[in-house]
Design a protein around this ligand. Structure first.
Ligand code: NAD
Length: 367
């Protein structure tokens, strides 16, 4: 008997919370269509994280989910709701740290058909994903630990921290800084990008951001791609006035998070911003946006960010032809502007499933 001759890729699908299940199911449908068109199949394994996982397993990041990603090495994930200022810590941050997904790659490109104040934006934020203020080492105010740290700081630096302050750590290592800057230069080289800009605040944070900057300078010497440095506040101003001057932007965790949302605003909003969290062994692709609770369950969220994240995923697993077909089909639907969701300002907005069906139809019609 002849076995199944199709090549197959095992991918973990984490639907997530809020609009997550709607946009990941859209991405899955389009990936399946592109796979079918290109003679392979995706063997999806569902896994859970966030509030959905808490209901099912009693924990927000179950071992089963981590094990599944470690087996298949690649996942497509929906956004996860994180309680603000209380409750459990971010599952996303934990996932990135546990799997050492050190590079968060967030492209921001202006597509034809999207209304924007700008005529050309095509840049990529490469964000360090494992340390900085996201390390999750914080001490609540008025605890023994925070009081001890206040005393320690006074003794070692002579500087007084106000009594009753909460304290957070900002660890920045030379190892992680060099690793992310190398990643940014390698990415620039393989994607024919013209420049790498390292973003920092080393004029104020001389040791932490200073180490990031020193590391960036030392790595840059080994590459031909032009390199420049920019202080983060100036970077924000530059991006909103002349985004066309920038290409690959590499930065520590917090600045990367903020700048990438800013960049998504330049190109039509969060509904269009994909991302990949990439490490040596594993990769998790997800839209940059959150769980947008007010749109959840209404079949109105833009599936494009999740679908474009799936495009990045297909490239990552080596299915470049399917990736480019899926990207072309998605961009064609956006450009035409007839079957798109509310955020793309269609005269009559389509639902998530209608926009997805239109993209699938385009893939099926591809020669
Ligand atoms: P959000 O990205 O969920 O929503 C902000 C606004 O952006 C929404 O109100 C909506 O107008 C728009 N938007 C986002 N995605 C859209 C889409 N696909 N289609 C159309 N419009 C879209 O940000 P938030 O409201 O600050 O966060 C909500 C929750 O998501 C929080 O719990 C937050 O912690 C979490 N979050 C998760 C991730 C992640 O899992 N990677 C990322 C960011 C935020």
């Amino acid at each position: 008997m002849i076995g199944n001759l199709l090549r197959s890729h095992g991918i973990v699908l984490i639907p997530g919370d809020g609009i997550g299940p709607e946009v990941t199911s859209a991405a899955k449908a389009t990936v399946d269509a592109a796979a079918h068109k290109n003679g392979f199949e995706v063997d999806w394994e569902y896994a859970y994280a966030g509030m959905t996982a808490e209901k099912k397993y009693g924990e927000v990041l179950p071992k089963e989910t981590l094990d599944a990603i470690m087996r298949s090495r690649t996942a497509l994930k929906g956004p996860i709701t994180t309680p603000i200022g209380e409750g459990f810590r971010s599952v996303n941050v934990e996932l990135r740290q546990r799997l050492d997904l050190f590079a968060n790659v967030r492209p921001a490109k202006l597509f034809a058909g999207v209304r924007s104040r700008y005529s050309k934006v095509d840049l990529v934020v490469v964000r360090e994903n494992t340390e900085d203020l996201y390390a999750g080492i914080e001490f609540e105010s008025e605890t023994t630990a925070s009081k001890e740290l206040i005393r320690f700081a006074k003794k070692r630096t002579g500087k007084a921290i106000r009594e009753g302050s909460a304290i957070g750590f900002k660890p920045i290592s030379g190892f992680a800084s060099r690793r992310i800057v190398r990643f940014a230069f390698d990415y620039a080289k393989s994607n024919r990008r013209k420049k790498v800009t390292a973003v920092h605040k080393a004029n104020i944070m001389k040791f932490t951001d200073g180490l990031f900057l020193k590391s960036a300078r030392s790595v840059a010497k080994n590459y031909r791609t032009p390199f420049e440095e920019m202080i983060v506040d100036n970077m924000c101003m530059q991006l909103v006035t002349k985004p066309e001057l920038y290409d690959v932007i590499v930065c520590p965790n917090l600045y990367g998070d903020i700048l990438s949302d800013l960049c998504s605003g330049l190109v039509g909003g969060l509904g269009l911003a994909p991302s990949g969290n990439i490490g040596e062994r594993y990769a998790v692709f997800e839209p940059t946006h959150g769980s947008a609770p007010k749109h959840a369950g209404k079949n109105e969220a833009d599936p494009a960010a999740a679908i474009l994240s799936a495009v990045m995923m297909l490239e990552h697993i080596g299915e470049k032809r399917a990736a480019s077909q899926l990207e072309r089909a998605t961009l064609a639907v956006i450009k035409e502007g007839k079957k798109v969701t509310y955020d793309l300002r269609a005269a009559r907005p389509s639902s998530t499933t209608q926009m997805t069906a239109e993209i699938v139809k385009r893939i099926e019609g591809t020669g």
